[in-house]
Design a protein around this ligand. Structure first.
Ligand SMILES: *Cc1c(COP(=O)(O)O)cnc(C)c1O
Length: 358
């Protein structure tokens, strides 16, 4: 069967070479005589895979030696709890509320300490990210939490705030899509199902001096120091998920790394926004200054037309274009694995739909 162009926000498309490699080695990996899924996580054959995966992401993101790289379970959402449990030593943190996931992260952190929402665009349905230039951050906060790309609303932070407290970033829907200066962060985390691999997995990058601060009540499995010491294997990790992440990192390296994919991502997003800005039928919903390169949100202004468009697009092999249930309209998620041709095909179809429905 032919593959479709899948614009899903997550789980989302994986690069075809990744799937083909996994398929080829599914039953017997290399000369091991077994599937990666069947390997002991403590065996050399598996730890070789794990070590290479960590080394490749270190190389791709230029992660300095004073940062640990850990793979955890429970997706990004688990870290909404793990962040305060690991870092709230003084019992307070600043949160930037720029979208639904940012909001959920702040709400969860309230269980463990004082949460100060220093900026929010919630009242404006998150059509922009709050400007952080004039924001007064608490210098004594244990950390400042930011969501760098807002998956549901299609917005992103172009500039990072300068804070005295360590910056903790949920980068789930933009990690590896553009160059990031890791040294600006205390912690970077990302659920895997957008730009890394299958769901249920989370990549966490943490500056070493932030380890060892966990609250007593922090479950061992969520304790970053414990997991760092155990090489992400305090218990049995998601071995298959980590393997697929490794294949994605290999693929990304083979096409020129983050710098190269960033160029492609800028091109894909520009093509789509350019069409939307000039369309007589479709309107982009995020404010231009804060437009995401990964999640492009748009509407026709007529819910019936939106639904007709989503349905007609799917019939053309352009699937999962329906917007999040909380905002409606459409969203095209164009992560790293979405080829330029997918976006071109989408635009061509939108033009046709426009001519027939404007
Ligand atoms: C997808 C997403 C999440 C949730 O990830 P899970 O793996 O489902 O927990 C959190 N934050 C952001 C920014 C996301 O895009």
């Amino acid at each position: 069967m032919d593959r479709v162009y899948n614009f899903s926000p997550g789980p989302s498309m994986l690069a075809l070479p990744v799937l083909e490699k996994a398929q080829k080695d599914l039953v017997a990996y290399g000369s091991t005589g077994m599937s990666v899924m069947e390997m002991s996580h403590r065996s050399k054959m598996y730890t070789d895979i794990y070590d290479k995966t960590v080394a490749d992401v270190r190389e791709l993101m230029n992660i300095p030696e004073d940062y640990e790289v850990i793979f955890l379970q429970g997706g990004a959402t688990q870290q909404f709890s793990a962040v305060p449990l690991n870092l709230m030593v003084n019992g307070k943190a600043d949160y930037i509320d720029s979208g639904n996931f940012a909001h959920l992260a702040a709400e969860e952190a309230k269980r463990y300490g004082e949460v100060n929402v220093v900026a929010s665009s919630r009242d404006d349905v998150y059509t922009y990210v709050p400007d952080l230039a004039g924001i007064k951050f608490d210098d004594d906060a244990d950390y400042v939490h930011i969501t760098t790309n807002n998956t549901i609303y299609g917005t992103r932070y172009v500039e990072l705030p300068v804070t005295k407290a360590p910056l903790v970033a949920d980068t789930s829907s933009m990690i590896l899509s553009e160059e990031l200066d890791v040294t600006k962060f205390g912690v970077i985390y990302a659920g895997a199902q957008k730009n890394i691999g299958p769901s249920g997995l989370c990549l966490l990058i943490v500056r070493k001096d932030l380890l060892g601060r966990a609250k007593d009540i922090c479950p061992k499995l969520l304790n970053w120091e414990v997991q760092a010491k155990a090489g992400s294997m305090y218990n049995t990790p998601n071995t298959w998920g980590i393997y697929l992440a490794g294949l994605t990192f290999e693929w990304l390296k083979s096409i020129g790394g983050v710098k190269a994919i960033e160029k492609v991502n800028i091109e894909k997003a520009a093509m789509l926004y350019d069409f939307l800005d000039n369309s007589k039928l479709f309107k982009p919903t995020a404010q231009p200054k804060y437009r995401s390169r990964m999640n492009v949100t748009f509407v026709t202004g007529d819910a019936d037309k939106d639904a007709a468009f989503v349905k007609a697009a799917a019939a053309e092999g352009l699937v999962n274009l329906k917007g999040h249930r909380s905002v409606g309209g459409m969203r095209a998620s164009i992560y790293n694995a979405m080829p330029v041709e997918g976006v071109q095909k989408l635009i061509a179809f939108m033009k046709k739909f426009e001519t027939e429905n404007a």
